[in-house]
Structure formats: C-alpha cells, structure tokens
Design a protein around this ligand. Sequence first.
Ligand code: WTA
Length: 657
Amino acid sequence: MSAEDDNTLHPVPARLLNTAECPEPFVKSYEQYKEMHRQSLENPNEFFGKMATEILSWSKPFTTVQHGGLLHGDTAWFLDGQLNASYNCVDRHAIANPDKIAIIYEADEPNQSENITYGELLRQVCQVAGVLRAHGIRKGDTVAIYMPMIPEAVVAILACARIGALHSVVFAGFSAEALRDRVQDAACRLILTSDQGKRGGKTVETKRIVDDALKSCPSVESVIVCQRTGADVPMTPGRDYWWNEEVIKRMTYLSPEPMNSEDPLFLLYTSGSTGTPKGVLHTTAGYLLGAAATVKYVFDYHPGDIFACMADVGWITGHSYIVYGPLTLGATTVLFESIPTYPTPARYWELIAKHKITQFYTAPTAIRALRRLGDQWVEGHDLSSLRVLGTVGEPINPEAWHWYNDKVGKGRCAIVDTYWQTETGSHIVTPLPGAIATKPGSATVPFFGIELAILDPVTGKELIGNDVTGVLAVKRSWPSLARTVYGNHQRYMETYLKPYPGYYFTGDGASRDNDGYIWIRGRVDDVINVSGHRLSTAEIESALIMHHSVAETAVIGAADDVTGQCIHAFVCLKPGVSHHSTDLSKELVVQVRKVIGPFAAPKKIYLVEDLPKTRSGKLMRRILRKIVADESDSLGDISTLADPSVVEALIAKVANA
Ligand code: WTA
C-alpha cells in the first residue's frame, strides 16, 4: 500500500442492515462473503451450477458446468445447455408481468421521459428481429449498431440476440473512420442507426457519419434508420430503410433462436496497447450470468428497485449494466440520453429524485466534474431512495469518493468502486453493499469465482501475502470472461493469456494492502484512460501521423483533475514544413477527432524537433511522461539515449507551452 492511500475503513452503513428501512442484503457480513467466495473457488461446479439455474432460464439444461481454462485459452461454461439472451431479458418477464416498466428513457430534454413496459419491449424486439430476418440476417451473422441512447438501441441489441446474430455496438461518439474500421473488421452485413442524435442540447449527425463510413464497407447490405429527430437525411435506395416502415410489416411475436451456452452473443471493440482495436467476443450463458449476478450481489438489486447506470450502451458498462444485467433480473433500467450538466449540473440529482432511483452508477470523472461546480446543485433534491452508489472506469480519488458519499449518499448509502474491463464482462474486484467495509480509492475484494493474483511483472512470480505491489492477474477462468478476439484467437492468447501462462493478465498494476484489499494503480501498458474511456497511444499516434506535415509522434497520458488522464502529443514535423504552430495544432486535433472521435482529442500538442530515443531507436515514453508531470529532476538514466541533449529542449518546450 502506498503512503498516500486513505486507509480508513468505512463500515457498511447501519441503515442497509436494518430491515425496517432496507431490503435484507443478499450478503450481510464479511464472514458470509468470505464463505461464499471460498465455496465459489473450492466447488465452482456446485456454486455456479446452482447460480446459473436460479438466475437464468434454460430451454435445455446444461450438463457440465465448466471446461477448459486459461492455460489453453479454451474456457467454456455450462456445456450442452441452451438458452436465449433476449428470452431471459424480456420474454419471461413480459409473460409474468407485462405492465412492469422495463426501460425508463430519460431523453436529452428533461420533460421528455418515456416508459417502456416489458410487454411493449417484447413486441418491439420481436418486430426488429423480424426486420433483421427479412433482410437476410441469420444466426452467426454480425450486425453493427451505431445509435444514440434511445430505447431502440436496446431493442436493436436484444433483437440481434433473439435471432443469434452477433451485435457489434459502436459508441456513437466514434468518427466515420473508426466506425468503418470496426464494421470492416467484423464484416457486418447490416447497420442499425438513426437519423440524428441529441446530446446535451446538441444535434449529432448520426446518419451522415454512417454514410461516410459506408463508402468503404462492401459487406453492408442494409441500413435500418430509426427516427430520433425526424430530420430529412439522405437515404440510399436499395440500401437504406426506415425503421418504422420496416417494423410495422413484422409480427409482434417471433420465437427466440435456441443458442448454445458458448454461442457468441456479441463483440465489442476495445483499445489495446498495440495495433488496431480488438473485437472482444463474449458468449451467451457465461456473460449473461456474470452481468446478472453482479447486478444482484454488487448492487444488491431487489425487485422493485429502479436501477440507473449512466454509461453509454456503446461501452461494456452499458452492455452489462443498462441492458443485459438489469433486464435479466427483470429490473427497471434507466436509459439516460443526456449529459450530467444539461440543462444544469443538477440533472443527475433531478433524475434520481424524479424516478426514485435506488442504485446509481457513474464514473469518477463525472463526480469530479460535478463536485467542482459546487454543492448547491446537489443540495435540496430528495435523494432518499438511493441505497447503492457505484463507480467504474478508473480509480476514484478520495476527495471525489467523500463527496459522493457525503453529498450524494448522505453517509447512508454503500459506495461500490467496481473494477472490471470489457474483457471481464462483469465486475471482478468490488465491494458488496451489505458486507464489505470500504476504503476510499480501493476496489476492495474479488467477486465470487475470481481468484486474483498479483504478479511480479518481470519474473511473473506470484507475490504471496499482503502488502505487495505488482501486476494484476486472475488465476482461473470465470463465466463472463471474453472467449476470444473476433477472428484472431492468437491475438487473444498473446494479449491476455501468454504474458503469464496460466493467468489472465489484466494490463493493470495493483497493490494488495495490509487488510488484503486491492488498489488498482492504472495501466501498465500504453493504454490511456480519459474519463474512463480506453484509448491506445498507438491509435492516436497513427491518427496523427496520417497528417501530411507529421514525421513522427509520441503520445502519452498526463494527469488531469477532471478526466483522470488526458492526452499530450509530441509531434515532429517533416523537414521543410513551414507552419503557424497554433493553426497546425488545431489541425492535428481535428485530425484525431476525425480518425477516432471527439473524445480522443489531445489536450496539448507540442511541436518538437526530436523525440527521446535510445540508440536502437526505441522511443522512451517514460521520459516524456516525467517531463509533463514536472518530474524532470527524476528522469532516471538517460545515458542510453541516442542524443541526451534532446531532453533539455523538451523540458523547455513543455515549460513554455
Ligand atoms: C480501468 C470499463 C480503477 C482499468 C469497465 C481497466 C478501473 C480499464 C476501474 C478497463 C476501477 C475500470 N478502478 N481502474 N474501479 N474500472 N478501470 O475495458 O485500467 O473500458 O483495465 O472497461 O479501466 O476499461 P474498459
């Protein structure tokens, strides 16, 4: 544990254990957690076999709980079983309780919220599934979804799952080029999209971006366009179809395709340290179980709760905690189209009061931004419905944790700092509301079935006991682990399983403190985390290098008070390029926005003569990171640099920027 860590233990708020005030938590004490965790590791077949039978509905029961594992990259769970994710998320609840609200759609404009019942959701999912079939989509095909945060996005996801097509949701903040790369990589046959999007009062030209992307996506045969704003957007005859005109032709019931447990459910692209984004692939049963089990245990979800995850469906957090997890449990889930500051910084708190939200899940970056704007925005709203407050995406700093706990939770809610990744499918290190005392900034303890290991990064040896720091790994497979990288199992093996054979390598550094609590230290690879969004330095560098003036570039993550990290880019220009530096910096930012998306824009660009390289030509990002962090006095050994004088020039450049 590091000296800066806040080691104060915050006990479970008494209110959560008082059954006169709150439903009885599923896990009520640290001892009970310990015992359940022990069982999940000692007897996983019984533990997860029982859980999968209780939480999921099967059209054919499984015969074997688990097979394979991390050594050979052949993880499989619930063999021989058959089920359908959309049946689990919709039908069974629609049959039992058609009028229960499945989705509360809180539109960009606060007065436009809408409720969708389970009965209505089933009709819509069936109709869109029918549209997909009518356009030739079959089990195993890939379908892209590029949509704003509207109920049709959830419908689109579930419609794919219903017929066994793999959905690849691309976050609607990605640019046309980024969308194109993802559509091409998965050879998607169809795209579901919308005319435009609305976010924070601004209009997004969704369909236009799709049109740009599709200029070079020959695999796409059809585009189904949902009307969000009703704008007059160009439609390509024979390729583009209006959603509303297509669905009315389809039946309101279409039977779900029986899927094997290990049949793929979806792929989701994420950034790694090298190369192009990877299509992380999740399979049906294990993923669904992980998502639902964590909603149940980590958010202590009880029937009647109103569950609100503020993420976008374009990220894994939206997949697991807006769509699959809550809906599998038959919950009411909130779909929030706007941003925390629109129309005012009270939006979150108004939302909680208006819908009587019980579980609220957001990112530390949003909490930091709102905290800065002042307590007056959060005061005066009735937040008494809240029981569990979650955070995800990056470590939460103690100041933000305390603000969330005191001002939002009023000291009477559990704070769950959930650590996980696109690849893990669901939380893997996290407190449980009724059982785990928390420490601000620590993700605390492993979830059921997760056997953690902290490894020496160099030797790969497991660091046993407490008070150790190294890289975080998991020692055995668990149900919601991603099974492969789409079309490239070798890359899956090399990224996650081969670095430390027998372990899943997270890419994060971590410590285990004297109480056995886990503290995530951030990525140990070249992945930058901006506002909880994963970006690779390599991707941003290759976006910059496409600019005709750029010879070479190095991108690093620098600390930022609000976004956690932000992007700083060092750029060397081609010889003879004359430029006006402000204009060129602007052009370069535009370039990154165009190739990746606005959220990847560098905060600072330094036009420099040279980059720090070793004699063998290896870029030393470490030196750039230190210079930007104002730690030039501890650069370490720079004698291996081809030209150590480069460093002085860089220090001067950064100081004057
Ligand atoms: C980081 C998001 C600290 C981590 C669900 C991980 C966190 C990456 C936490 C995955 C947390 C996520 N504390 N760091 N609670 N949660 N991270 O795939 O670096 O978008 O590897 O999944 O976010 O990002 P991804």
